[in-house]
Ligand binder design. Structure first.
Ligand SMILES: [Zn+2]
Ligand SMILES: [Zn+2]
Length: 275
């Protein structure tokens, strides 16, 4: 990794840790019989037993904290998720085994999409907040929900490693890890699937996709990704991770180069699908 990028990532990591420690010290109040100082016990306890739901910030009261979330937020996200097309991730479309009416017209190179639902409500808010420093608890909640969905949807064909949709090294140098990397790391932590951050890379800087039309987005990312070493993906089941899929142009381009390099299957893992 570039030394400057390492320094940038280390600085960001320190900032996140500092924010987490500061918040934990403000909120921690439980005690643990570990022989540590009371201050350290408060810190450890508040990290092990988070006091607040990271999404709605309501206080946990002896309730289950499955996926790190309060019951209400978990139900909201799971209900929002119901009934999406597993070929393209869109909701509200009539889907059959081969896709829905929308993706039947597309030439997608990825084999399917794992997502938590449409880009709205609590999920949209979680994705926006996930990109800010000090949100590891929330990011872990999303990673845990995605790992759960992946196990259900891809039983028997779980990816051998996850690849974050790459960002150009100059952009990463300036901003640190992007949303795709943050979510990929959280999903790997929750699922135990290895992260491969180097196999896929960005060959040139691209414009922001959100400023472009669908055709503009496809042109913008054409040839923008490549595989560093085809041997690392040949014959492998892989999945590309990004925070939100809108037109699908970026993931489709990345899937195209992975398939060309011999990947056996390429799934897209996104927190949300915006249509
Ligand atoms: Zn909540
Ligand atoms: Zn579809």
């Amino acid at each position: 990794m570039d030394p400057a990028a390492t320094k940038s990532a280390a600085t960001k990591s320190t900032t996140i840790e500092s924010a987490t420690v500061a918040r934990a010290l403000q909120t921690g109040h439980r005690t643990v019989a570990t022989g540590n100082s009371p201050r350290k016990n408060r810190l450890l306890a508040s990290l092990v037993y988070p006091k607040h739901c990271p999404l709605c910030r309501s206080e946990f009261e002896n309730e289950s904290t499955l996926n790190n979330l309060c019951t209400g937020c978990r139900i909201s996200i799971v209900q929002n998720q119901a009934g999406y097309c597993t070929s393209c991730g869109r909701s509200g479309m009539h889907a059959s085994g081969t896709g829905c009416v929308a993706c039947a017209r597309e030439k997608n190179r990825f084999d399917g999409v794992i997502c938590l639902g449409p880009h709205r409500g609590f999920l949209r808010e979680a994705i926006v907040r996930m990109k800010h420093a000090g949100q590891q608890s929330l990011t872990d909640a999303l990673g845990s929900l995605i790992a759960e969905q992946m196990a259900k949807q891809l039983a028997g064909q779980i990816p051998e490693f996850l690849l974050p949709l790459p960002m150009h090294w100059k952009r990463r140098l300036l901003r640190g890890d992007g949303a795709s990397m943050i979510l990929a790391k959280a999903t790997c932590r929750a699922s135990g699937i290895p992260l491969n951050r180097h196999a896929l890379f960005c060959t040139r800087r691209t414009k922001k996709q959100s400023t472009l039309s669908v055709t503009g987005r496809q042109k913008n990312v054409k040839g923008a990704y490549d595989v560093r070493d085809a041997r690392s993906v040949k014959g492998k089941r892989v999945a590309i991770v990004d925070d939100t899929m809108t037109s699908g142009a970026s993931v489709n381009e990345a899937a195209t180069v992975l398939k060309r390099a011999g990947a056996k299957s390429v799934f897209a893992i996104v927190a949300a699908r915006a249509v």
